[in-house]
Design a protein around this ligand. Structure first.
Ligand SMILES: [Zn+2]
Length: 339
């Protein structure tokens, strides 16, 4: 998502970036599954009934990958401030039809786009938690100009049995305001005091000193000594066996230093994508550009590569903005092998 967008009628914040003229291609046979992997059998319905009723899909869904438990945490849900066609200018009728099959909840009244704002937590051995993105934030956070604040992340983390002090790593996929909202409080106090916050150096380097992301989140985290700028692909240290690994994957284009997190556990793979794709129309055809990608061509390449690799390795996608927390891709067509 783009943090520069504004609600209609709110002046001064809009900075519309052009979309690419992506060629319409053949819709692929993607499928979605949002079924919580463990919620029913483990009695792990940790969702407060009132909160669960307020949003589709519940607030917490979980999947187990080896020694990692991946928790999808719904910070917020609401409409995008603008029409879906304006957000994806090159999408055609066939794309929309396929997208509606894949993620029907994204289609609100008229031309509206309904979307989740989701974070993920990866709980490893010993209760160590890696949090991926921190949502839209509290009332008054930078996303409040257009996103449905306040988010619920602190309550959702508590419902999942995670205290702020349990979080040892925060991965920021990128520095848009609907992804860093609960990193710090409005007064600059880090929300996760025991965590190192990992962001790509290229993401920070692209920010002017006066940008909100710099003043609101980067500067306070630096002052607190909690910011770690990293370069490129990086395997995160962890206590698990060698086959259970977390790896940062550079996926630039949406922003200059956008990154995703690959979770490998028990022989299975899951990718927390960030905003490599923001709507099912980009599963229908990865060449469909989102109008607010900073570098549309690079974003398309990152999206196509990530989806191809996920398909090849039968990885599950964990996205920020689709209305289901986990997206399963089918295997490769017969004859292509799985590599
Ligand atoms: Zn976003």
């Amino acid at each position: 998502m783009n943090h520069q967008h504004a609600r209609p009628g709110r002046p001064g914040r809009r900075q519309v970036l052009r979309g690419a003229a992506a060629a319409a291609g053949t819709a692929s046979l993607w499928s979605l599954t949002g079924r919580p992997a463990r919620a029913d059998q483990a009695g792990a319905d940790r969702v407060h009934p009132d909160q669960a009723a307020a949003v589709p899909g519940g607030l917490v869904a979980a999947r187990q990958l080896g020694r990692f438990e991946v928790l999808a945490l719904l910070d917020a849900h609401g409409p995008f401030p603008g029409t879906r066609q304006a957000a994806f200018p090159t999408a055609g009728a066939a794309h929309w039809r396929r997208a509606r099959e894949l993620d029907p909840a994204a289609f609100g009244p008229g031309e509206t786009w309904e979307l989740d704002f989701r974070c993920y937590a990866v709980r490893g051995p010993g209760g160590r938690v890696t949090l991926v993105d921190t949502g839209v934030g509290p009332a008054g956070s930078p996303a409040s100009g257009w996103a449905p604040v306040p988010g619920r992340l602190p309550k959702v983390l508590a419902a999942a049995g995670i205290a702020p002090g349990d979080v040892t790593t925060v991965v920021l996929t990128h520095l848009h305001e609907d992804h860093y909202g609960w990193s710090v409080l409005p007064d600059g106090t880090p929300v996760f005091p025991n965590a190192r916050y990992l962001v790509q150096r290229a993401e920070v380097a692209a920010l002017a000193e006066t940008r909100t992301a710099m003043t609101y989140v980067v500067a306070p985290l630096r002052r607190a000594g909690l910011l770690r700028e990293v370069d490129g692909r990086l395997r995160l240290p962890g206590p698990g066996p060698a086959c259970d690994v977390l790896t940062l994957l550079p996926t630039p284009g949406h922003t200059p230093g956008h990154q995703s997190l690959l979770v490998e556990g028990g022989g299975h793979r899951l990718v927390v994508t960030g905003d490599v794709l923001v709507h099912a129309v980009q599963l229908a055809d990865p060449a469909v550009a989102y109008a607010y990608e900073l570098d549309p061509e690079l974003a398309r390449r990152s999206r196509e590569e990530l989806l191809a690799e996920a398909r090849r390795t039968r990885a599950v996608l964990a996205t920020a903005h689709l209305n289901q927390p986990f997206v399963r891709l089918p295997g490769p067509p017969p004859g292509q092998g799985r590599g």
